[in-house]
Design a protein around this ligand. Structure first.
Ligand code: CAA
Length: 296
């Protein structure tokens, strides 16, 4: 199956960058959001990012201009999916919202269209039965920031067809990503499970008072040469995302150890979600540069 038209649902950190990466790689792309303000913010972010790339000679102005020509941002979901070959859902990590969305997409998208979710924690078998095309439903999981990270996990459920998985893997390759095929559903898939192990230990050490979160980040960067520490990475991915991932995992496992740690819960409840709100474990300026630790 050939993909020409890509529709992305959700214009947050992930959805907006999935959209621009698809457009940069030649796909006619539409990003949908329920909020005009969110679309405006996404457009500004993408233009800022692309502007920097041109200034730093990472991309040509012509390539960026052509990508924006191929990219549409809209609140009209029905119109946006009516010619889609694939819909990539990158909305909030909430099973009820996703199921409702998949049922809608099933009625709005052409019969041949693949319905994929960017979630790493809500496996597609939990969404497939909300549609009439389970064989065309799977996970297509990107990493943050999508413009930079080179991987994409492709995961089917028991009824996903090989053709769907091959098509999605080819699309990820055509979007410049290395594909990780996950053979069996497991919440978090591969990369996030590795990351979760590190994050859980980091939060445990912090809560136990063994070291400050800044020093734990220094251990990861200076001692292990990770590009950023687990706390800074939580701010990048979104403390809300990290929290909701734990909640979703708890719903699926029922195990106490899946629950978010008290420190993570406190941050979530305070609405300090990291870079996107300007405050998380650290404080950020308007351009997203880290200013210092959040002492609050
Ligand atoms: N969006 C797009 N591009 C970005 C970016 C962002 N948010 N942040 C940085 N970049 C790009 C820019 O091109 C930037 O260069 P300019 O500032 O000159 O434009 C370049 O990366 C370098 O950025 P910085 O100098 O600010 O910092 P850095 O060298 O530390 O790189 C980083 C930033 C690429 C994010 C790097 O720190 C990194 O790789 N961190 C680890 C990220 C990671 O582990 N991601 C996976 C998270 S797990 C996940 O995503 C799964 C999930 O389910 C949510």
């Amino acid at each position: 199956m050939t993909i020409n038209n890509v529709t992305v649902i959700g214009s947050g950190t992930m959805g907006s960058q999935i959209g621009i990466v698809a457009a940069l790689n030649g796909f006619r792309t539409t990003i949908v959001d329920i909020s005009d303000d969110a679309l405006k913010a996404a457009d500004e972010q993408l233009r800022y990012r692309m502007g920097r790339d041109v200034k730093k000679k990472r991309r040509s102005q012509a390539d960026v201009g052509a990508a924006f020509e191929r990219l549409t941002l809209t609140t009209d979901q029905a119109e946006a999916v009516k010619d889609a070959d694939i819909v990539i859902e990158a909305a909030v990590e909430n099973i009820e919202i996703k199921r409702k969305l998949f049922a809608e997409l099933d009625s709005q998208a052409p019969a041949h269209a693949i319905l994929a979710t960017n979630s790493s924690n809500i496996v597609s078998s939990r969404l497939a039965d909300a549609t009439s095309r389970p064989e065309k439903v799977c996970n297509m999981h990107f990493f943050n920031p999508v413009l930079v990270m080179e991987a994409c996990e492709v995961v089917g459920h028991d009824q996903t067809s090989e053709e769907t998985l091959d098509t999605v893997a080819q699309l990820a390759t055509d979007m410049g990503k290395k594909v990780i095929r996950v053979n069996q559903e497991i919440p978090g898939f591969i990369a996030n499970r590795l990351l979760a192990a590190l994050r859980t230990e980091a939060l445990k050490l912090y809560q136990g008072g063994y070291a400050s979160f800044e020093d734990i980040d220094i251990a990861a960067t200076a001692a292990l040469r990770h590009p950023m520490g687990p706390f800074e990475l939580m701010d990048l991915v979104g403390i809300d995302v990290a929290y909701l991932i734990r909640k979703a995992e708890y719903e699926q496992t029922g195990e106490q150890e899946s629950l978010p740690s008290p420190a993570l819960e406190k941050k979530y409840n305070s609405g300090e979600y990291g870079r996107k709100t300007g405050r998380g474990w650290y404080v950020y300026d308007e351009e997203g540069k880290k200013i210092g630790p959040n002492e609050g």
